[in-house]
Write a protein that binds this ligand. Structure first.
Ligand code: GLC
Length: 719
C-alpha cells in the first residue's frame, strides 16, 4: 500500500465521506470487533477487525493468518459497504511475527537502539506481508515492579531508556510512511501508568502522584508521539481515581492539546464497558458517552459504542460532532495507512520473507542482547576458549539439566501469536550441535532431579537451564514471588552437590529474585525470553562463540519483598544513617544486580572523565568525554552510561537518572576517547509550581558501566 494523498487532500476526502455518512455508518467506523460477519461488513458497520480471539491474545494457540480470507472480507467492505470504506486490521504483533525477537524487555537489555529499530522493521515487514495493517505495540509502560506480569512487554524501569527505544520501535514499525507495504501503523500503549498497579497486580489501581506521572510515566509516550506514532491505546487502570478510558485530561488535554497527537485512541479490550466495574459509569450507555467524550475514538470489542451511541446522540447526551471527530481521526489513519489506495495485500508477499536468513540473523543478534552475564567466577565461562576445545576449556563432557534446556515455546515468551515452537532450536540441541569433536553433552529429562544428580558427577562441568514458563508473565500473569518456580532451586542444589563447576542459566519474563541461587552456581547467565534464535545464542555464549551482549534494563532484586525496586529512587531525608534510614533490618535494600549491569567476556576500564565546559546555559548541551579501554583478551562492546543528579531543586529529585549511553566496540587492548552529550533541556522536571523545565543549579554527572559504577564531575547550569 502507499498513500498518494497530501494531508490537505486527506482531510478533504474525510469531509466528503462525513457529509455522506449516516450516523449509524459513522458509529460503525468506531467499532472494532473480532470475526466480523458479512452482514455487518455489508452495512459498513466494521471500522476495524481485531485479529485476536481473546483479551490475552498473546497466549492463544491461534491458527495464524490467511491473506486470502483477509482480502475476501476487505473486498466485501469495499464492494458492499455504503461508502467503500476499508477496514483496518489490528493484531498484537508485539515482538516479532513468524520470526520472534526477544520479549521487549529483552530487546531493551541490548541497549542498542539501532538493533531494536531493525527488529521492529523486520517484524512489520513480516506482519504486513500477511495482511496486518496496525499493531498494538510498542508497549511503553514503565515497569518498576517485577511482580507485574506485563513488565515482559515493556522496555524496563527507566523513562529515558524507554523513551529512546519507543522512538526506535515507532521508526522501525512505521518507517517514514506507514502506507508502505512493509510497514505497520504503531500503537503506543497502555496510556498511562499501567505498570504502577498496586501490588504488581495486573489491572489494579495506579496511585500516581502528578509529578511522577509527568516525570516517570509520560515521557516514553511523548517520545512515541513525537516520533509520529499513529495510534494510542488507553490503559485499563485508573490514575488517581480516574479510569484512563474516561480521562479527558489524559486523552484530550495531554495527548492532543499539549502534544499535538492527531491519530486515534483505541480502547483496550472491553475497556469502555469496564468503566462500570470501575464504578464511574452506571450502564453501558453512560460508559459509551464517557469514553467518547474523554477522547477514546475506537471501541475494542465490547460493543458499547455500536449499541449505545445513536440513542445517546438522539437524547442529546453527546453531540454528533463528537462522533464525527472520532470518525475523522480513524479515517485519517486509514488514509495514512494507504488503505484507500491499496486495501488488499499481495498474497505472494510473504513467500520467502517469513523466517528468512536476514531476520533470523537479526533475531540471533537480539537474543545475544537479551542475555546478561551476572556472575563468572574464575572465568568459568566461556566453556571453550574462543569457542574451541583445548587446555582451558572442556575436553570431555558437559552435563546439561533443567526444564528450559529442552524448551521451545517458552523461549518465544509471552504475546507471541505467529511464532512457532517448531522453529526454535532448544538449548540442548544447539549445544550438542555446537561443541567441538570429542566433547559430549550429557543431558537428561528436565524433571528427574535424582537422575540428574547422579549423572552430574561425571561431567567436567554442568549447565542447568532454569526459569519461567511463558505463561508466568504477560497479561493477567502477575506473581507474588519472583524467585525461581517451585522445584528448580532443589534441582540446582542437587547438581551443585556433585562437586563439579555449575553454570546456571535463568530465563524469565521479568526481573527475578536470584539471591538464593548464588551459593550453587559459579556462573550465572540471566536472560529474558530470547525468541526464535535464543537456543543458539545461549549455546554460543556458553561455548564462547559469541559474547553475552546484554545489560540490565531493570534492577534485579535480591528478594520479592524489595518490589517495587528501581535505581532512580529519591534520596529521602535519611539516605545514609546506618540505623535509622530507608532500609530493611533483614536484608540489604540495594538490588542484587544494578540497573545497567552486565559482564562480558572481556573487561573494560574508564578513565579521564572530563567536561567540555564546567558551566553551561539552559539552552546548551553538556559534553562529557571519557576514555574507554578494553583491558581483556577478547573483542567486546562496552556500554558506557551517563547519569545525572540535580543537587538542589525545588522538589526532591532522583539520586541519579540515565541521560545518555553509548555502545563502544573495542578490540583487545584498544582504547578510545568518546563523548556523551546531554542537552540541558533533558534535565527538565516537574518543578514545585508544576513548571516543566530545566533550572539553573549544580548537577553531578557520573559516567560508568552501570548505575552503581563510575567517576563523577560537577557542572553548573546558569540561567
Ligand atoms: C489486551 C491487552 C492489550 C492488547 C489487546 C488486544 O487486553 O491489554 O495490550 O493489545 O487486549 O489483544
Amino acid at each position: 500500500m502507499t498513500n498518494s494523498l497530501t494531508n490537505t487532500e486527506i482531510e478533504a476526502r474525510i469531509d466528503d465521506l462525513l457529509s455522506r455518512m449516516s450516523l449509524a455508518e459513522k458509529i460503525g467506523q468506531l467499532d472494532q470487533i473480532t470475526d466480523p460477519s458479512p452482514e455487518l461488513i455489508g452495512e459498513g458497520g466494521v471500522g476495524s477487525w481485531i485479529l485476536a480471539s481473546s483479551a490475552t491474545a498473546g497466549n492463544d494457540a491461534n491458527g495464524g493468518l490467511s491473506v486470502a480470507e483477509l482480502n475476501r472480507r476487505q473486498q466485501q467492505a469495499l464492494n458492499e459497504g455504503p461508502h467503500g470504506i476499508p477496514m483496518i486490521y489490528g493484531r498484537d504483533v508485539i515482538h516479532g511475527h513468524r520470526t520472534v525477537f526477544p520479549i521487549p524487555i529483552g530487546m531493551a537489555a541490548s541497549w542498542d537502539a539501532d538493533l531494536v529499530e531493525r527488529a521492529f522493521a523486520m517484524t512489520a515487514a513480516e506482519a504486513a506481508a500477511e495482511g496486518v495493517h496496525w499493531t498494538f505495540t510498542p508497549m511503553l509502560d514503565i515497569g518498576r515492579d517485577a511482580r507485574w506480569g506485563r513488565v515482559a512487554e515493556g522496555f524496563g524501569e527507566d523513562p529515558w531508556l524507554c523513551a529512546r527505544l519507543a522512538e526506535s520501535a515507532v521508526r522501525g514499525l512505521q518507517g517514514s510512511d506507514y502506507a508502505a507495504p512493509d510497514r505497520l501503523a504503531a500503537c503506543a500503549k497502555h496510556f498511562v501508568g499501567y505498570g504502577a498497579c498496586d501490588g504488581g497486580r495486573d489491572y489494579d489501581s495506579a496511585d500516581i502522584p502528578p509529578r511522577s506521572l509527568i516525570d516517570i510515566y509520560l515521557p516514553s509516550f511523548k517520545a512515541a508521539i513525537d516520533a509520529g506514532c499513529a495510534t494510542v491505546m488507553a490503559a485499563f487502570n485508573e490514575v488517581d481515581g480516574v479510569p484512563c478510558h474516561a480521562n479527558y485530561d489524559l486523552m484530550e488535554t495531554t495527548l492532543r492539546a499539549d502534544w499535538g497527537f492527531d491519530g486515534f485512541v483505541v480502547s483496550d479490550w472491553n475497556g469502555v464497558a469496564e468503566l462500570m466495574a470501575h464504578g464511574v459509569a452506571g450502564d453501558r450507555a453512560d460508559a459509551a458517552v464517557q469514553g467518547l467524550t474523554a477522547g477514546v475514538d475506537m471501541n475494542m470489542v465490547d460493543g458499547c459504542y455500536r449499541e449505545q451511541l445513536a440513542a445517546a446522540v438522539a437524547a442529546g447526551r453527546v453531540d454528533e460532532a463528537a462522533v464525527d471527530q472520532a470518525v475523522r481521526r480513524i479515517l485519517r489513519v486509514k488514509f495514512r495507512c494507504g488503505l484507500f489506495d491499496q486495501p488488499l495485500t499481495d498474497p505472494k508477499r510473504a513467500a520467502g520473507l517469513l523466517l528468512c536468513d536476514d531476520h533470523r540473523a537479526a533475531a540471533y543478534q537480539a537474543a545475544l542482547g537479551s542475555l546478561i552475564l551476572l556472575r563468572n567466577r574464575d572465568d568459568l565461562l566461556p566453556l571453550m576458549s574462543g569457542g574451541q576445545g583445548g587446555e582451558r576449556g572442556v575436553s570431555g563432557e558437559i552435563g546439561l539439566y533443567g526444564p528450559l534446556a529442552h524448551a521451545r515455546r517458552e523461549l518465544l515468551g509471552t504475546w507471541c501469536l505467529d511464532g512457532r515452537a517448531e522453529d526454535v532450536t532448544t538449548v540442548a540441541e544447539a549445544l550438542t550441535a555446537a561443541v567441538p569433536d570429542g566433547v559430549r553433552v550429557r543431558t537428561s529429562p528436565a524433571t528427574s532431579g535424582d537422575l540428574d544428580a547422579l549423572l552430574a558427577r561425571y561431567a567436567d562441568m554442568n549447565v542447568v537451564v532454569l526459569g519461567e514458563h511463558n505463561l508466568r508473565s504477560g497479561e493477567a500473569n502477575s506473581v507474588a514471588d519472583i524467585g525461581l518456580p517451585p522445584g528448580q532451586l532443589e534441582l540446582l542444589r542437587a547438581v551443585h552437590a556433585q562437586g563439579r563447576p555449575v553454570v546456571a542459566v535463568v530465563l524469565g519474563g521479568r526481573a527475578m529474585a536470584l539471591q538464593n541461587l548464588l551459593p550453587y552456581c559459579d556462573a550465572l547467565l540471566f536472560g529474558f525470553h530470547p525468541g526464535t534464535e535464543g537456543g543458539r545464542a545461549i549455546a554460543d555464549v556458553l561455548l564462547g562463540k559469541a559474547a553475552p551482549m546484554g545489560r540490565l534494563p531493570v534492577s534485579l532484586p535480591r528478594h520479592t519483598g524489595q518490589c517495587p525496586i528501581f535505581y532512580n529512587r529519591h534520596p529521602t531525608g535519611r539516605p545514609h544513617d546506618p540505623v535509622q534510614s530507608s532500609r530493611y533490618a533483614d536484608m540489604a535494600d540495594s538490588p542484587l544486580f544494578a540497573f545497567g549491569y552486565g559482564l562480558d567476556y572481556t573487561s573494560y576500564q574508564l578513565s579521564g572523565l572530563s567536561l567540555a565546559s564546567e558551566q553551561v546555559g539552559l539552552g546548551d548541551s553538556i559534553a562529557l568525554q571519557v576514555t574507554v579501554a578494553n583491558t581483556g583478551a577478547r573483542a567486546g562492546e562496552a556500554v558506557v552510561q551517563a547519569y545525572s543528579r540535580d543537587e538542589v531543586a525545588s522538589v526532591a529529585r532522583p539520586v541519579q537518572e540515565l541521560k545518555a549511553w553509548l555502545r563502544v566496540a573495542l578490540d583487545p587492548g584498544e582504547s578510545r576517547r568518546v563523548q556523551l552529550t546531554i542537552p540541558v533541556a533533558e534535565l527538565a522536571y516537574c518543578q514545585r509550581d508544576f513548571t516543566f523545565a530545566a533550572e539553573p543549579g549544580w548537577f553531578r554527572l557520573r559516567v560508568g558501566l552501570h548505575s552503581g559504577h563510575g567517576d563523577e564531575v560537577r557542572v553548573e547550569v546558569v540561567g
